[in-house]
Design a protein around this ligand. Structure first.
Ligand code: S3P
Length: 433
């Protein structure tokens, strides 16, 4: 994929449905009783992997464009699959499905592509084992074999890593628990599972702990009732366009019906801190999720201190690659710390960001838990996606921001993992000299 430097981005942009919410919608609808209709379901390969796993487990699913009908089998009504369940590139599929399968009375195997087979699964194996499921894997990596048990024991578990995937895995397993399951999260993470479970009638209770922490409880003595919903557009996909618009003079774009859940919204707060002109319009709520149109007009006017670290990282984790590109345009650059989780995403994103930025002539430094980028002129170069969709999309935006030269992205097709049509959408929005 070749990207030329651009003058600005303009117009109205339609984005795919939110990936995190779509996974949850499909899985929770499958655990419900009755048929649920999901509109604006993500077109991503990751969410297609979730649908395929559910079908393998006996769930009847119809799809027409971005509308999906899921005929729920009930929370413990899945059927055994005669082959390993292929989660593709999707960590969310594997970790959430593990929670569902731990509470079924049969054995299952979850596997995925080379990238997914390198990612840590011990983080879900530990709590699920504590609940009574037997899980086998070599070195805590996929393929993982789950010996399901129904009912599971119920646990109270404090998350050792700020991860919505671990939290969601335990809560989904807890639906088949024999009592109250509690997850304690010292650092808040995206709360789509809690909101979605409530939408399907589950009583999910929350209490604050300290300044930021939360205790989340649900009872295994619950049923899920089918519900219809519309998935908001993905704020993590929007971030690429919002940041391009902030950086390219004369830009003015509007993204419709974006998910504005505050556990995902830190990217907007940070852009505003740097002086971005971001306006919310038509705000409302859609199946327990806040939504609205987001308009961005070019410009970053504030000389804000450039350090991002601490609890906010979990809220921004998927936006850090594109924020690194933003850093090259900021007077004081950008430094990100406390983000070691980036090393266990679809690729080692810290290494990938720094390597590609240097290839484009930027000054970038790598730390074990983050990176530092100085204000730099970017020059078109040959960069790698490293098979990671967010790296490919971030460096497409870097190519637009370059002072001169074309940027060639090797392995750009991996954008399909979260955003098929990304390059076409970008092309439609871009204005050249
Ligand atoms: C996700 C949670 C995050 C995020 C991923 C999607 C989710 O992962 O990076 O893209 O849908 O729960 P972690 O929970 O592992 O941080």
């Amino acid at each position: 994929m070749l990207i030329r430097p651009a003058k600005c981005v303009r117009g109205e942009i339609a984005l795919p449905g939110d990936k995190s919410i779509s996974h949850r919608a499909a899985i929770i609808a499958a655990m419900a009783e009755g048929e649920s209709r999901i509109d604006n379901f993500a077109t991503s390969a990751d969410c297609a992997a979730t649908l395929e796993c559910l079908r393998e487990l006996g769930v009847s699913i119809r799809q027409k464009a971005a509308t999906v009908w899921v005929d729920g089998v009930g929370k413990s009504g899945f059927g055994v699959s005669d082959k390993p369940l292929d989660c593709g590139n999707s960590g969310t599929t594997m970790r959430l499905m593990a929670g569902v399968l731990a509470g079924q009375n049969f054995d299952s195997v979850l596997t995925g592509d080379d990238s997914l087979q390198r990612r840590p699964m011990g983080r879900i194996m530990e709590p699920l084992s504590k609940m009574g499921a037997e899980i086998e894997s070599a070195n805590g990596r996929a393929p993982i074999k789950i010996h399901g048990v129904n009912p599971l024991g119920s646990i109270s578990y404090e998350l050792p890593v700020a991860s919505a995937q671990i939290k969601s895995c335990i809560l989904l397993a807890g639906l088949n628990g024999n009592g109250e399951t509690t997850v304690i999260e010292p650092i808040p993470t995206r709360d789509h599972t809690e909101r979605m479970l409530r939408w399907f009638g589950v009583d999910v209770r929350e209490a604050s702990i300290g300044d930021t922490g939360k205790r989340i409880c649900l009872s295994g003595d619950t049923r899920l009732t089918a519900a219809d919903m519309t998935v908001p557009s993905d704020i993590s996909a929007a971030a690429f366009f919002l940041i391009a618009a902030c950086c390219l003079e004369d830009s003015d774009i509007t993204v419709r019906n974006v998910g504005l859940n505050s556990t995902r919204g830190a990217v907007i707060d940070i852009l505003r801190r740097f002086g971005a002109d971001i306006r919310f319009e038509n705000q409302g709520e859609q199946n327990n999720e806040p939504v609205g149109d987001v308009r961005v007009i070019a410009g970053l006017t504030a000389r804000t201190e450039p350090l991002i670290k601490g609890d906010v990282i979990a809220n921004l984790i998927d936006e850090l690659p594109i924020l690194a590109i933003l850093g090259t345009q900021l007077e004081k650059g950008l430094e990100v710390r406390d983000a070691a989780e980036l090393r266990v995403k679809e690729t080692d994103r810290i290494a990938a960001i720094v390597e590609n930025l240097r290839r484009m002539g930027a000054e970038a430094e790598e730390f074990e838990d983050g990176f530092k980028v100085r204000k730099s002129k970017l020059t078109g170069a040959r960069v790698e996606s490293f098979g990671d969709h967010r790296i490919a999309m971030a460096f497409a935006v870097a190519g637009l921001l370059a002072d001169k030269g074309e940027t060639e992205i090797i392995g750009a097709e991996c954008v399909d993992v979260s955003f098929p049509g990304f390059f076409e959408t970008l092309q439609d929005a871009v204005v050249y000299e």
